[in-house]
Design a protein around this ligand. Structure first.
Ligand code: C2O
Ligand code: CU
Ligand code: CU
Length: 548
């Protein structure tokens, strides 16, 4: 087992406080001449070749002065013309359209003034192609990604995964959408072309000079960044012109920590045809759908029969229970408090976590030519069984805890290359994984029954929702259980989960315990699991599985 690391990364790490001496992988080598991924592999024959450059730029987002942003610029070198679809006027990177089975080569250039690396969230690729922070490249360097698209049809997400800079780089604009199609999807009658719309939702905060402002203090970081302007596809427009027909809306929550409770303003239920990186077996209808950072949901939105000139609004409906009780109480009782109230539980954003607001309006123009019926069956769905797991009775734990200075997983903070014994997973197995809130290891330790009294004590007092993401293959949710605490708040979200599809990110509410079945096929090496609240991720709420 040898984990190599880039030249650029090496000097960066040397100067940082990360001790790697007691590595679980003593054979770890930092430097390969020229670095990993700096050259294409001669025997890899790509069907598609793309150039992707991360750079600083300026864009008009609000009226007045341009906003300084980071962005990905794409250019197709070889392959089908729709492979790279730029979104004009948006800081978001191009939409990549890939086909199952395609071999893809991406020449990635870092023209930012700081290190960076790209991760293909949702795609199942080898360790060296996965954008692990250890592969960060410095300014002026190149990383050549080469992988085969092994995914089924679905919507994925690429973004910066730079060591301790992920949140800020994504916030500044380093993110984009990946669309994968396959023959199963092609055989279905689904909305295509102009009727297949990306809806990337992000919240931002601007200074009076229209510049992006980011977290102010440690407390805000602990709770996660919240903005007060909602951007869709990198823009503030708020209105999308549509025809009176059926649309596929590929919703992605690309926010750092804001959770959305998607709902139509007129109470029409939502119909999902896909979750994260896969289509469902059959459509699922919910009164509202919870969408946590990193999650995607593909909606079947039928505007046919709506009047020309009318509008339908996608909202985030009010909910509670995602934040610690103290936060909920103070926000609920007093509204906007500014950044320094209480125990620092207040957000500097005027839009608290769980507030209700409009996300985007759809304005109906003319009629659509084609009528469409929602298929009752979508794709053949391979349901994983608990009996297929290598460890049905001893699930791999992912214990969530909130320490005074950092949220943790399994009682530990992130290490670039160290794994604990139970984080070692045999390749080509299906693992049962249990995600739960732990009182130990965090503030709960030694303070049980303290300030808050009763069950859970300090640990429960700090308990908040965490979107837990695992790299590599998609998983399936086996069970979601709730302990009954804060039940009134939980009632505001509980109907909004779609747990019977393929997932790579799952929202774990306070009091919830979730078990999943996850295949670890094809690739050995280090694969991350972490909280997709990006402030939490950068605070170290991330660990590695070592697949071997
Ligand atoms: Cu979208 Cu490791 O993240
Ligand atoms: Cu990922
Ligand atoms: Cu978290």
């Amino acid at each position: 087992m040898k984990i190599e690391m880039n030249e650029g990364r090496r000097s960066f790490l040397k100067s940082s406080s990360l001790g790697l001496a007691s590595s679980a992988f003593p054979s770890l080598l930092f430097a390969q001449p020229g670095g990993i991924g700096s050259r294409p592999t001669p025997n890899f024959k790509p069907d598609v070749e793309v150039e992707l450059t991360a750079r600083k730029s300026y864009l008009p987002i609000l009226k007045g002065r341009n906003t300084a942003i980071f962005t990905y610029e794409g250019r197709l070198i070889e392959g089908p013309e729709d492979t790279v679809k730029n979104i004009p006027g948006s800081y978001l990177g191009p939409i990549f359209n890939f086909v199952h089975g395609q071999k893809v080569r991406i020449y990635f250039y870092n023209k930012l003034p700081e290190p960076t690396i790209v991760h293909w969230h949702g795609l199942h690729v080898p360790q060296k192609m996965d954008g692990h922070p250890m592969y960060g490249i410095s300014t002026g360097q190149r990383y050549v990604f080469e992988f085969e698209i092994k995914n089924r049809a679905g919507t994925s997400f690429y973004h910066s995964h730079t060591h301790e800079l992920t949140a800020e780089q994504v916030y500044k604009g380093l993110a984009g959408l990946i669309v994968v199609t396959d023959r199963h999807e092609q055989a279905l009658e689904l909305p295509r072309g102009e009727f297949d719309l990306p809806i990337v939702i992000q919240d931002r905060r601007f200074t009076q000079n229209n510049q992006l402002s980011y977290v102010g203090n440690m407390h805000e970081r602990m709770m996660g960044f919240l903005g007060d302007e909602i951007l869709v596809n990198g823009k503030k427009s708020g209105v999308i012109p549509v025809k009176a027909g059926v649309y596929r809306l590929r919703m992605l929550n690309g926010s750092n920590s804001r959770i959305y409770k998607l709902g139509w303003d007129d109470g029409t239920p939502l119909t999902a045809i896909g979750t994260d990186a896969g289509l469902l077996e059959k459509p699922a209808t919910r009164p509202y759908i919870m969408l946590a950072p990193g999650e995607r949901v593909d909606l079947w939105a039928d505007f046919s029969g709506r009047e020309t000139g009318s509008e339908v609004v996608m909202r985030s409906l009010p909910f509670s229970g995602a934040m610690p009780p103290m936060y909920e109480r103070m926000q609920g009782g007093m509204g906007r408090m500014g950044g320094h109230g209480g125990m620092g539980m207040m957000s500097a954003s005027s839009l608290k976590q769980g507030a209700g607001f409009d996300i985007v309006k759809f304005r109906i123009g003319g009629k659509s030519a084609d009528a469409m019926t929602l298929p009752s069956r979508l794709v053949p769905f391979e349901r994983l069984k608990e009996s297929e797991a290598a460890n049905p009775d001893s699930p791999v734990p992912i214990a969530i805890s909130m320490g005074p200075m950092a949220p943790k997983l399994n009682g530990k903070s992130f290490s670039l290359n160290r794994v604990m014994d139970f984080e070692k997973v045999p390749v080509d197995t299906i693992q049962k994984i249990r995600i739960f809130h732990s009182q130990a290891g965090g503030m709960g330790m030694g303070m049980r029954g303290g300030m808050m009294g009763g069950r859970g004590g300090m640990g429960m007092m700090m308990s908040m929702a965490h979107p837990i993401h695992m790299h590599g293959q998609q998983f399936q949710i086996l069970s979601r259980t709730f302990d009954g605490n804060r039940a009134d708040e939980y009632a505001t979200v509980k109907e909004g989960f779609i747990d019977n599809g393929w997932k790579d990110t799952v929202l774990v509410m306070p009091g919830e315990e979730i078990t999943v079945l996850k295949p670890f096929q094809h690739y050995k090496g280090l694969f991350l699991y972490h909280c997709h609240n990006l402030e939490h991720e950068d605070l170290g709420m991330m660990r590695n599985f070592y697949v071997g």
